[in-house]
Design a binder for this molecule. Structure first.
Ligand SMILES: *Cc1c(COP(=O)(O)O)cnc(C)c1O
Length: 801
């Protein structure tokens, strides 16, 4: 498409859709028109891509995830189609600023954090690699809550993201599926040994898919992210006595995290999990049946990926479809199912390994419960005699009156992977050790990765230009070419250009923060950034305590030698997670104290950016000098923001946790700031039970002074919150070893401050980080999933436009 074509088309379509000329149209109308032009441009490729997949009986992978976090799509889609420059300048000629339109688009925030963002990076990389791979999830009518900070506290506001129509999605009425929930089920024996289930009083819900094109980068592939929305079928309306009762079911897909502090919320969550799993599998199988694929051979045609435990019922649901509806024998169905399914574990935190009470599973999905029971029974039968009793009890699915979803996923899959080398080792040796004993061949590692197009091309054009100048634009198609940057390690011109690009981004961010918060930042200060969900193990509290150390030192000695530093935080706390919310409050109060104290505020500032999301990440990360990745070793499975920061030239302050270990291996010890306990040392403490945080507090004067700022009024307005945090640190033995790592962290921060003083050295370190960041491209991760787990092959893209 040329600029002229586009301009003509745009004017014509704006009239056609809205009966408006450009000068009369508002941003929302301009955005919708643009979106519809883009979708109709690639829709031909959707049809073509599907024809190739169907026509050649290509094996396809489906990524089942209860979260997706795509962020905004406008510029992303234009970039992938190779139209970003053409359309931006055409719009500019017509007096329209594409940035302004991009800002009108709402973030698609159907996820909480890293898990959902990974799913979206994988969607991009599947399409970029021309792999037949699609997403399957839920179209929540409200995204994750919007976070406002009021008087230092997090306040949660519903995210009504569909108020303006979402131009990227297509409702596919003809692909709707029925999903059955609740009621009773009886089994009538059949001659072939199977049973015919007879249902009584079940609710039939209609699952309607909304499809969003996942566009390949400069190829003609367009895959599909299919998100399901609930409706009540007309034939079932009579069942509902009141509008309220109907509403309960219609709300099944309204929110991402139903309040799970009560029984009803937990029921909704369980029903959501079954809803999208069942609808997704039915639609996949219908497609295969239309293509006359025999169900015995299903595993040659499809791979289904269980992203964390939420979609684990896929194992039982596929069994249900194969035995109840397709009349396969149990053994054949089981063979097919385990070959189709694969599972990724994302955390070793006990709280995140889902289990459901038996009674609840029976109530919500009675037939699925029966099948899980039978899988469990056969598992125990198969293992008895071969393995000791305790091992079987530890690994079976149903135990202690609960259904263990990870156990279901592992037993029902042929592959179980962790998301970074360290994490995968911990799975084998500790967390899932019993399973590893049973099935060593299932376990493997796939270190996470990121979509470099979003996290560099789109979000950091200033750096992109420097790279083009230095190494040519080949990196835009092959990210590994970033390695060539190492040839310029002694080149002052390149080093200065990198520094200048960073400064541009910092000024940009500082300007934005000034407009939002009225706080002036010195762009020459070190921008030290800690952005991620708030959680105890991520240790925002460690960062805060170190800030308070600097504060106390500056108060005592305003002439203290230190480079000015801006500490930035962003992140949401789960609504019912009081500890995390108290961290947010204390950080905001410390910020108010420090930013308004003329004794310190020339050297120290603290900023909390509210409502962290993908779009905010895209403007914060390119402006960061320092990336805070300070989780307690062993607790962060991988992390992906660590990779985004590295790609954008920030240096990492890190514990040896998750993918930080692999970043260290890539850049070398001299180009990263490592501190703190290792995972081995943490486990030794668990083993010996010798950690005593109160002793540390009592015997270490510096630690005591810093911790006391939480309770002695130094940080104002936190009588309750500061007191509670103090208790976790001193009275409850500091679950996440914050005090144990404090001195080591402070020392690493001191080294960092000194190194920043040597700007040439700093730029060289930054350059090495950028040069090695290609290692963490999700394109490579996806190739490994495709080859080792899903056994799918890339389609030859039929020439690029
Ligand atoms: C990358 C990303 C995350 C993951 O951050 P971690 O620091 O790896 O936990 C979470 N939220 C958003 C919006 C992201 O872009």
């Amino acid at each position: 498409m040329t600029k002229e074509n586009f301009e003509e088309l745009f004017i014509q379509k704006l009239r056609e859709y809205y009966a408006l000329d450009i000068s009369e149209a508002g941003d929302a109308e301009l955005l919708n028109t643009l979106g519809r032009i883009i979708t109709s441009y690639y829709n031909a490729n959707v049809v073509e891509t599907n024809k190739v997949y169907a026509g050649h009986h290509v094996k396809q992978a489906y990524y089942f995830s209860i979260e997706f976090l795509p962020g905004k799509m406008l510029k992303n889609n234009l970039l992938k189609l190779g139209l970003l420059d053409t359309v931006s300048s055409a719009l500019a000629e017509m007096g329209i600023d594409i940035e302004k339109l991009a800002n009108v688009e709402k973030d698609m925030a159907l996820g909480n954090g890293g898990l959902g963002r990974l799913a979206s990076c994988f969607m991009e990389s599947l399409a970029a690699g021309s792999f037949p791979g699609h997403g399957n999830g839920i179209r929540y009518s409200y995204g994750l809550f919007k976070q406002r900070i009021v008087d230092g506290y997090q306040v949660e506001i519903p995210d009504d993201w569909l108020k303006n129509p979402n131009v990227w999605e297509v409702r596919k009425e003809s692909r709707a599926e029925n999903v059955r929930l609740g009621g009773n089920v009886y089994l009538v024996p059949l001659p072939n040994g199977n049973f015919k289930p007879v249902y009584e009083n079940a609710q039939i819900l209609r699952a309607v898919p909304y499809d969003t094109g996942m566009i390949g980068y400069h190829n003609n592939t367009v895959n599909n992210m299919r998100l399901w929305s609930v409706e009540i079928p007309a034939s079932e309306e009579w069942r509902y006595d009141s509008l309220q009762e109907k509403r309960q079911f219609e709300d099944l897909t309204s929110v991402l995290y139903p309040d799970d502090s009560n029984e009803y919320g937990r029921l909704v969550r369980l029903a959501q999990e079954y809803f999208f799993v069942s609808a997704g599998l039915q639609s996949i199988i219908n497609f295969q049946k239309k293509n006359h694929i025999p169900m015995e051979a299903l595993h040659h045609q499809i791979a289904v990926h269980i992203n964390d435990t939420h979609p684990a019922m896929a194992v039982a649901e596929l069994m249900r479809i194969l035995i109840d509806e397709e009349d396969l024998s149990w053994d054949t169905a089981w063979h097919v199912t385990t070959k189709v399914m694969s599972y990724t574990n994302h955390t070793i935190m006990q709280e995140a390994l889902e289990t459901w009470p038996i009674g609840m599973v029976q109530q919500v999905v009675p037939r699925i419960y029966q099948i899980i029971e039978e899988i469990d029974r056969r598992f125990v039968e198969e293992m008895t005699g071969k393995h000791p009793h305790y091992l079987i009890e530890n690994t079976r699915i149903i135990a202690h009156e609960r259904v263990r979803m990870a156990n279901l996923a592992i037993i029902g899959s042929h592959s179980v992977n962790g998301v970074a080398k360290l994490h995968s080792e911990l799975l084998k040796n500790v967390v899932l050790h019993d399973f590893y004993t049973l099935y060593p061949e299932k376990f493997n590692n796939k270190t996470n990765g990121i979509d470099v197009r979003r996290w560099l091309h789109l979000s950091n054009p200033a750096l992109g230009e420097v790279l083009d100048q230095a190494i040519g634009s080949g990196w835009r198609d092959d990210i590994h070419q970033l390695r060539q940057l190492e040839n310029f390690i002694e080149d002052d011109q390149v080093l200065n250009a990198l520094a200048a690009a960073k400064l541009t981004n910092k000024k940009h961010l500082a300007q934005w923060i000034f407009e939002k918060q009225g706080i002036e930042l010195n762009p020459e200060a070190i921008f030290d950034v800690h952005i991620k969900r708030f959680h105890g193990y991520k240790r925002q509290l460690l960062n805060l305590l170190h800030i308070m150390k600097l504060y106390l030192e500056l108060k005592e000695n305003p002439e203290l030698e230190m480079h000015p530093r801006v500490f930035m935080f962003a992140g949401k706390a789960a609504p019912s997670y009081q500890f995390a919310k108290m961290n947010i409050k204390c950080i905001n109060e410390a910020a108010r104290l420090i930013n308004n104290d003329p004794d310190v505020n020339q050297k120290l500032k603290v900023i909390f950016i509210e409502d962290y999301n993908v779009t905010k990440a895209q403007s914060i990360i390119p402006a960061a000098d320092v990336s805070e990745q300070i989780s307690l070793a062993s607790k962060e499975a991988s992390g992906t923001s660590n990779m985004k920061f590295m790609l954008n030239g920030a240096l990492t302050m890190a514990t040896l946790d998750g993918a930080n270990v692999e970043i260290r291996d890539e850049v070398g010890d001299e180009n990263i700031f490592i501190f703190g306990l290792t995972e081995k040392e943490v486990y030794e403490y668990y083993h010996n039970g010798t950690y005593n945080s109160r002793e540390l507090y009592q015997n270490n004067q510096m630690i005591r002074r810093v911790v006391d700022t939480l309770i002695d009024g130094t940080i104002p307005n936190v009588q309750i919150e500061g007191g509670e945090l103090y208790k976790t640190l001193v009275d409850y033995n500091d679950e996440y070893f914050v005090l144990r790592d404090f001195e080591s962290y402070a020392a690493a921060q001191k080294r960092l401050d000194l190194d920043y003083g040597d700007q040439r050295l700093w730029q060289q370190m930054s350059l090495i980080n950028i040069a090695h960041a290609g290692h963490f491209s999700a394109d490579d991760t996806i190739k490994q999933y495709a080859d080792d787990i899903w056994h799918i092959q890339a389609i030859d893209p039929k020439g690029s436009r």
